[in-house]
Design a protein around this ligand. Structure first.
Ligand code: COA
Ligand code: MG
Length: 297
């Protein structure tokens, strides 16, 4: 990760685009990002209605300072994708979530299409970000290391296990306790390293059981431990847990401060000792990142 986004992206809540009730509810939810879904949460007969509702919602919320407003469009090779972009781009969403991304080329193609709308509607070209769901097809796994090539618009990389499991005919992708089976643990790790290789945020996939806050909490703690900086959510109750788990604790902030001060007090030192353990430059970078995250809130 080079520089964390000035606005944090800890919790990203999906809101089905065809549900007036959930759209109305979304206003009061403290998610860092709302993702209005036009894809899998919406049945084909409701796609057009959903586009209209999301467009209206974006038009009524021109000020995005409190939270970012994103839209998940249909996959790029799907007939609905063009209509989705046509409906929402004039309303200046902060970003587009691209499902079933097959390769970085899909992100580049989407970027060009978005760019035309930005030009047409007087927006800064390049200002609309993209978050690909980058692991939903088997082929997508084999170009995960190449996302740096489209990093200009890339806000992060996230992953999904459901479509991938369906694509390979898996009978399950989790154990009974909710933890991932080995193929999906690997995909999670690939997403983590793909994001960091591209210098963008790694966003963990969702915890499906929204009535299981304890399981969600463990999943968030593991994600944060491993280097993810946020997590997708599907239910309002998940947002508070995610925000709390991805925020550096006061102990972490305090220790990060001491590490940064120690290096500042010892210019030219590449390695130092603190509380009986060795510190070198990766520790300094990690401490700086924690302080940046703490300052972003
Ligand atoms: N966004 C906004 N509001 C939501 C919401 C969401 N994602 N999920 C639930 N709510 C609202 C409900 O409408 C309900 O409102 P009310 O108190 O005014 O009745 C309240 O939060 C509590 O919801 P609850 O009854 O616990 O859940 P539910 O049975 O209504 O909904 C889901 C469960 C899973 C269907 C729902 O959470 C959902 O639609 N999630 C998003 C699904 C999605 O977008 N999937 C695509 C990405 S994988
Ligand atoms: Mg899906």
């Amino acid at each position: 990760m080079n520089s964390p986004h000035p606005n944090p992206m800890r919790s990203l809540l999906f809101v089905p685009g065809d549900s007036e009730k959930k759209l109305a509810k979304a206003d009061g939810i403290a998610a860092d990002v709302l993702i209005f879904d036009l894809e899998d949460a919406v049945v084909p007969e409701r796609k057009a209605a959903a586009r209209g509702l999301v467009r209206e919602y974006l038009a009524a919320r021109p000020d995005h300072r409190r939270q970012q407003l994103w839209v998940r469009i249909n996959p790029l090779d799907h007939a609905e994708a063009g209509a989705d972009l046509g409906a929402v781009m004039p309303m200046r969403p902060d970003g587009i979530v691209l499902p079933k991304t097959r390769s970085p080329e899909d992100v580049e193609v989407l970027g060009q299409r978005i760019g035309h709308y930005e030009g047409e509607y007087d927006m800064q070209v390049g200002s609309t970000r993209i978050l690909p769901v980058a692991t939903e097809t088997p082929q997508s796994l084999f170009t995960l290391g190449e996302y740096a090539r489209c990093r200009k618009r890339l806000a992060g990389i996230t992953w999904g296990a459901e479509d991938l499991a369906a694509a390979v005919g898996a009978t399950a992708n989790r154990y009974a306790d909710g933890s991932w089976t080995p193929p999906y643990r690997m995909v999670r790790s690939l997403c983590l390293f793909a994001a960091h290789a591209a210098g963008v945020e790694a966003i963990d996939t969702l915890w499906a059981n929204f009535r299981d806050p304890a399981g969600l909490e463990v999943s968030c703690a593991e994600a944060r431990r491993d280097g993810f900086s946020g997590k997708l959510a599907i239910h309002p109750d998940q947002v508070e847990v995610i925000n709390r788990c991805f925020k550096p604790s006061s102990e972490e902030i305090e220790r990060a401060r001491r590490i940064v001060e120690l290096f500042e007090a010892n210019p030219g030192a590449g390695t130092l000792a603190l509380d009986g353990s060795m510190l070198d430059l990766p520790h300094l970078r990690q401490a700086q990142r924690i302080l940046a995250l703490a300052a972003a809130d």
